[in-house]
Write a protein of this length. Structure first.
Length: 441
């Protein structure tokens, strides 16, 4: 049977539905945007976020032509925010790009102006238990798999059970350990919401300058040796970035950075909150370690103060927080104007990964794309065709849209989050959500 010809001019959005899966590597909300001509666009809400951020926007895009991506984005972007709060806006923006590409018969990267590369370099954030040599062996194994860029955690998480490595108000660290054990060691969806509140929660979510946690000289010695042991295994030729220092004040970040300068780091990530531009400047002026941030930043405007400050060597946005595909491309282009490299944060399903691949292909100053699920055996099979990683790279697809033919519905059904046991259930309760959204009088 001859396939029905799509008319991009009369394409309209008719429905938005969701499937929440667990363990990829966190809870991920997959999105389908349906149209009047049978085309379906795929999107994704940022990892560990909520489908509600996208569902509340359904009434504002029903009946719209998804090919008018920028028009739709400008209508809904006021409902996004930093970090996970941007998840709904970005999910729908990505799905619209997928639909536009399918409707016009071209890949998303082509609509962004073409591509600078045919394959996308990956780095896989790597976990390890034990000491620095154990981490070094874990990273060396990534190198054997073909990865040419690495990242690891190096911070106070390693010091929690090292006597005398940290100082803090008495009882503070104990409450942090209690919260971490309750929340992060419990399967997703099994957490009692009451565990997410209370004094331990408030302490865990206190910003860096206000925690009162400090690294002692013993703690600094430990982290320096950990990094030295790691480099003893990996060698110094391959780039290694570090993340998750912990919520420690600027002065401690300076001390740690100076200790780590000799280890040839690719960047030190999220050392202080991204909003504190002056602190980033002080840190940059105090060390030769390259600095990077960006995964929690929403819209290109939020990046401007940091770019102008000259404090960053690397910007590290997440497509599912920054504002979606086009906004992330704009951020990358702006970074280039300020001499800043762009890498991409990505801890989502292959839908979010493919959205990032198109941005990476179309952005000249791109370096590397994070993949958080290398050790999740079924992750790559969530989409059809399966997402193939070859020698640490993903080939840029030439198929229309994101390059995803369909989703693996059987696999998705087996991975559904317990709170949402039905995939793609009706969302008609959101069809008529309305408010006067105008932001001026």
């Amino acid at each position: 049977m001859k396939a029905k010809k799509i008319d991009p001019k009369t394409l309209k959005i008719t429905d938005v539905r969701f499937a929440d899966i667990d363990g990829a590597p966190k809870r991920c909300t997959l999105v389908k945007v349906y149209t009047n001509q049978g085309l379906i666009g795929y999107g994704e809400v940022r990892d560990a976020s909520s489908r509600t951020y996208a569902a509340m926007l359904k009434s504002r895009i029903l009946g719209e032509n998804p090919c008018n991506v920028e028009k739709i984005f400008r209508r809904i972007k006021q409902f996004g925010g930093d970090a996970r709060q941007a998840g709904g806006v970005c999910a729908l923006e990505v799905a619209c790009w997928d639909l536009a590409g399918k409707a016009w018969g071209v890949p998303v990267w082509q609509m962004l102006g073409g591509k600078f590369r045919d394959k996308i370099r990956l780095y896989c954030d790597t976990d390890s238990h034990g000491g620095g040599r154990d981490m070094g062996k874990a990273l060396a194994n990534r190198m054997k798999q073909g990865y040419t860029f690495l990242k690891m955690d190096l911070g106070i998480e390693l010091l929690m059970n090292v006597p005398g490595a940290l100082s803090a108000p008495l009882g503070f660290l104990e409450k942090m350990r209690e919260y971490k054990k309750t929340v992060f060691s419990t399967p997703h969806g099994s957490i009692d919401p009451r565990a997410m509140r209370g004094e331990a929660y408030d302490l865990f979510n206190t910003a860096h300058p206000f925690t009162g946690i400090h690294l002692t000289e013993k703690g600094l010695d430990f982290l320096e040796k950990y990094m030295a042991d790691c480099r003893a295994v990996t060698g110094y030729e391959i780039p290694i970035a570090i993340d998750h220092l912990g919520h420690i004040p600027l002065e401690d970040c300076i001390k740690l950075a100076r200790r780590l300068e000799k280890f040839n780091l690719a960047w030190m990530e999220d050392a202080v909150p991204w909003q504190l531009t002056d602190q980033w400047v002080r840190l940059a002026q105090s060390t030769t370690v390259p600095l990077g941030t960006g995964e929690d930043m929403y819209l290109k405007e939020s990046f401007v103060p940091l770019f102008k400050s000259g404090a960053l060597a690397v910007i590290h946005p997440d497509v599912l927080t920054a504002g979606g595909i086009l906004e992330t491309k704009k951020i990358g282009d702006m970074a280039e104007d300020y001499g800043v490299q762009m890498s991409l944060h990505m801890a989502e399903s292959p839908i979010g990964c493919m959205a990032a691949v198109h941005v990476a292909a179309a952005t000249r100053n791109f370096m590397s794309l994070e993949v958080h699920s290398v050790d999740v055996p079924w992750w790559k099979d969530l989409i059809v065709p399966s997402l193939e990683i070859k020698d640490g790279y993903i080939d840029v697809p030439n198929k229309p849209g994101l390059g995803i033919d369909e989703l693996n519905e059987e696999l998705i059904a087996s991975k559904l989050h317990k709170d949402f046991p039905e995939a793609w259930a009706s969302t008609e309760q959101w069809d008529k959500e309305w408010a006067n959204d105008r932001q001026w009088s």
